[in-house]
Design a protein around this ligand. Structure first.
Ligand SMILES: C[S@@+](CC[C@H](N)C(=O)[O-])C[C@H]1O[C@@H](n2cnc3c(N)ncnc32)[C@H](O)[C@@H]1O
Length: 256
């Protein structure tokens, strides 16, 4: 499969993301479910609520970046995303809003044509990916084991008008990922946390050089040490972390 790479944009995105990651959009409460554990801000902690930046310090300025629709097509998808976030979080374990935005930025700046997602739930992160895929002309293959959440995801994809971009594969993804044959630009791990190593082992050969593996819930409470070891001891991979103080994500690039 042909892949398009927008390297300068991708580099910019990486630099930009740490700022985005620390900024909570105005009016958005932290998400429940699999979202961030409570922030711990104690004396001497950096960036905790109430901390102050002294002269020369980095400070804790809160930048906000409202979600703005470029056109009617974006607005249609963003409206569905806002509804899922506001009304379908209970029991869905969807990513926090900021993380969804990060996923979109990564996918779109990478020019992703094929994204594979482990853990569809009700389709919140998948719909953020679809916002990017609408621009890149790409497709999403997403895996889910729970029929109730998958049914809700299908409805959400239809409401957003992105169902044509999505293949939702039902069943235990540890088995069903064997159906993936096409090259992967971005692999997103957000299903069973203790399964990340198995998913990585099975799908890394399909991730194209320069492609990304993004894992969610890379925080002290949820990250599987075996996964951290796998992405930090392989010299063919380059791993950085985002949002470690909240839900936590690892970004792993497969080197060229
Ligand atoms: C954290 S939620 C995914 C949230 C989703 N990525 C989002 O942010 O919108 C994890 C999902 O993975 C699914 N899951 C867990 N184990 C699985 C497995 N072995 N195969 C497929 N799906 C699985 C769960 O049913 C659940 O819906």
């Amino acid at each position: 499969m042909k892949t398009r790479l927008h390297l300068p944009v991708a580099a910019f995105a990486f630099a930009f993301l740490s700022t985005l990651a620390s900024a909570q959009p105005s009016g958005q409460a932290p998400a429940p479910g699999d979202g961030p554990p409570p922030r711990q801000a104690g004396p001497g902690s950096k960036g905790g609520p109430g901390a102050k930046g002294g002269p020369g310090g980095m400070g804790t300025a809160k930048f906000t970046a409202p979600i703005l629709a470029k056109d009617a097509a974006e607005k249609k998808i963003l409206d569905v995303l806002a509804d899922i976030s506001a009304n379908q979080r209970r029991g869905s374990m969807s990513v926090p809003d900021d993380d969804g935005r990060i996923l979109r930025v990564l996918a779109e700046s990478l020019g992703a044509k094929h994204i594979v997602e482990l853990g569809t739930s009700v389709g919140y992160s998948a719909t953020w990916f679809c916002l990017a895929l609408e621009k890149t002309g790409g497709k999403l293959t997403t895996f889910e084991i729970d029929e109730g959440r998958a049914a809700q995801a299908r409805k959400n994809f239809q409401r957003a008008g992105v169902e044509g971009r999505v293949t939702l594969v039902m069943g235990d993804a540890h088995q069903t990922v064997a159906t993936v044959k096409d090259s992967i630009d971005l692999l997103f791990l957000d299903a069973d946390k203790e399964g990340y190593v198995d998913y990585l082992n099975k799908l890394l050969p399909l991730v194209r050089p320069g492609g990304l593996i993004v894992a969610h819930n890379i925080n002290q409470r949820q990250a599987d040490p075996a996964y951290i070891k796998a992405i930090t001891t392989n010299p063919t991979l380059e791993t950085v972390y985002l949002n470690l103080e909240s839900s936590g994500m690892s970004l792993t690039m497969k080197k060229r």
